[in-house]
Design a protein around this ligand. Structure first.
Ligand SMILES: *[C@@H]1O[C@H](CO)[C@@H](O)[C@H](O)[C@H]1NC(C)=O
Ligand SMILES: *[C@@H]1O[C@H](CO)[C@@H](O)[C@H](O)[C@H]1NC(C)=O
Length: 392
C-alpha cells in the first residue's frame, strides 16, 4: 500500500468494521511516562501504556482493571522478536482500542460494570508482569521489567482515583488472565481495606500437562520464562518455598494460596492450551493434529479421547480453588480462548450459558455476592450454547 491517503482510508474503514463487529467503542491510549524513571518499561525500554474509559453515574468509584494477553517470551531470541511489535513496545501499539464485552459502556451489553472506570492495561513485557532484571544487555537493550510495570501502572491508576475505590476487579484474558491470578493478592494490598476487591481470570488457568508425545513441554517453557525474566522473587512465596519457581507460574500450584476471592472462567478444552500445551508443533512433527486444532469438529475419535483426558486433568487442577466458597468457577465445555472481552461470548441472546447463566450474569452475581457460582460443564459435545473457535 504505497499511497498514504489510501492506506489511511483503508485503516479507518477497517477500524469501523472491527468496531461494528465488536459492538464496541474506541478508547484512547495513555502512556505512563513517569514509569521510565523507575525502570518500569516495555521490553524495548519504552513506557508502559493503558486505555482508560472513565466511570460515570453510580460507577464513578468502581474500577475494573483488565490486563491484555499475548503469550510469553521464554528466551532472548523470542523476546527480541517482540521488540518491534505491540507486545514489546508501546511505540508499536495502536492509539485506540475497541472496548466491548466486560469493557462495554452500555447497560444492555454489560449490566453490572458498564459505568465503572474501565481500564485495559497493555501487555509489553512478555512474562505476565512478573519479570524484574536490573541489568540491561547493551547489545540487545532488552528490559525484563514486567513486575515494575505492573506496580507503576497501578500507582498511576491509584493517583487517578483508584485509591478511593469502593469496588475493584483485577481481570484479564489469557496471559493477562494469568496476571490477574499471579498478582491478585498484590492488587488487593494496594487498595484500602474497605474496598471490595475480587479477581477474575479469563482463559488464564494454564495447566501443567504432558503433551501428546509425553514430554513436559509447557513445564519446560514456563521454567525458561521465569528464568529469563528473573520472575522467581515476584511469584507467590508460599509456592516458591515449596517447589521450583517455574512451577509457581502455574495457577494449580499457587491458586489455593490466594486470599482474595477469585473467579476462573475457562473453557475445559481451551483452544490455546490444546494447540500449545497438549499438541504443540514440536510434539506433532507430522501435523496429525493440524486439522483438529483448527476446528474441534475435525478431531478424530482418538483425538477426542485424548482431549477428554486433558479436560479431566484440567478439572482436577482446579481442586485447590473449590474449597473456598468465595471463589468462583465457570468452566464450560467449549473450544474457545477468552470469553469475557467479546460481546458474543460475554452477553448476548445466543451467548454460552452454564446452568442457564451467561458469563456476564455469573460474574456479576458472584462479584456482588448475589449468588456463588462454581460450575463445570458436562463433557463435549453436550453444550449446544458454545461459540467454538474455528481457525483459518
Ligand atoms: C528460544 O525458545 C524457542 C521457543 O521455545 C526455541 O525454539 C528456541 O530454540 C530457543 N532459542 C534459544 C537460543 O534457546
Ligand atoms: C433459563 O433462564 C430463562 C431466562 O432467564 C428462563 O426463562 C428459563 O426458565 C430458565 N430455564 C431453566 C431450565 O432454568
Amino acid at each position: 500500500m504505497e499511497n498514504p491517503r489510501l492506506s489511511q482510508w483503508v485503516y479507518i474503514l477497517v477500524s469501523v468494521l472491527v468496531l461494528l463487529k465488536a459492538e464496541g467503542y474506541f478508547v484512547g491510549i495513555t502512556y505512563v511516562q513517569n514509569a521510565v524513571a523507575k525502570g518500569a518499561v516495555c521490553l524495548d525500554g519504552s513506557p508502559p501504556a493503558y486505555h482508560l474509559d472513565k466511570g460515570f453515574g453510580a460507577g464513578v468509584n468502581n474500577w475494573l482493571v483488565h490486563i491484555e494477553g499475548g503469550g510469553w517470551c521464554n528466551n532472548e531470541t523470542t523476546c527480541l522478536a517482540r521488540i518491534n511489535t505491540r507486545l514489546g513496545s508501546s511505540k508499536q501499539m495502536v492509539k485506540q482500542l475497541a472496548f466491548s464485552g466486560i469493557l462495554s459502556n452500555k447497560p444492555q451489553f454489560n449490566p453490572d460494570f458498564y459505568n465503572w472506570n474501565k481500564i485495559k492495561v497493555r501487555y509489553c513485557d512478555g512474562a505476565s508482569f512478573t519479570g524484574d532484571v536490573e541489568a540491561v544487555n547493551p547489545a540487545t537493550n532488552l528490559h525484563y521489567r514486567g513486575a515494575r510495570v505492573f506496580l507503576a501502572v497501578m500507582e498511576d491508576l491509584l493517583a487517578k482515583g483508584m485509591k478511593s475505590a469502593e469496588n475493584a476487579i483485577l481481570s484479564g484474558c489469557s496471559a493477562g488472565g494469568l496476571t490477574s491470578i499471579l498478582h491478585c493478592d498484590k492488587f488487593r494490598a494496594l487498595l484500602p481495606a474497605g474496598t471490595k476487591v475480587k479477581c477474575l481470570a479469563d482463559a488464564g488457568y494454564f495447566t501443567n500437562q504432558k503433551d501428546i508425545s509425553g514430554a513436559q513441554h509447557i513445564e519446560g517453557f514456563y521454567n525458561e520464562v521465569v528464568t529469563t525474566h528473573g520472575s522467581a522473587k515476584n511469584l507467590h512465596p508460599s509456592c516458591t518455598s515449596k517447589m521450583k519457581p517455574g512451577l509457581c507460574f502455574f495457577p494449580q500450584h499457587m491458586a489455593q494460596e490466594i486470599k482474595t476471592p477469585l473467579l476462573v472462567t475457562n473453557a475445559a478444552y481451551d483452544s490455546w492450551q490444546i494447540k500449545n500445551i497438549l499438541a504443540p508443533g514440536v510434539a506433532d512433527p507430522h501435523g496429525t493434529w493440524h486439522n483438529c486444532k483448527l476446528d474441534i469438529k475435525n478431531c478424530s475419535p482418538n483425538q477426542l479421547k485424548i482431549m477428554q483426558d486433558f479436560r479431566l486433568e484440567f478439572i482436577s487442577a482446579l481442586t485447590g480453588l473449590q474449597s473456598t466458597s468465595s471463589n468462583g468457577m465457570f468452566i464450560n465445555s467449549c473450544y474457545a480462548h477468552c470469553q469475557t472481552e467479546m460481546q458474543e461470548t460475554w452477553l448476548r441472546t445466543d451467548s454460552p450459558v452454564l446452568n442457564n447463566k451467561t458469563i456476564a450474569k455469573a460474574v456479576g452475581d458472584w462479584f456482588y455476592d448475589r449468588s456463588p457460582f462454581q460450575k463445570i460443564d458436562c463433557p463435549y459435545p453436550c453444550d449446544k450454547t458454545c461459540h467454538n473457535r474455528i481457525f483459518e
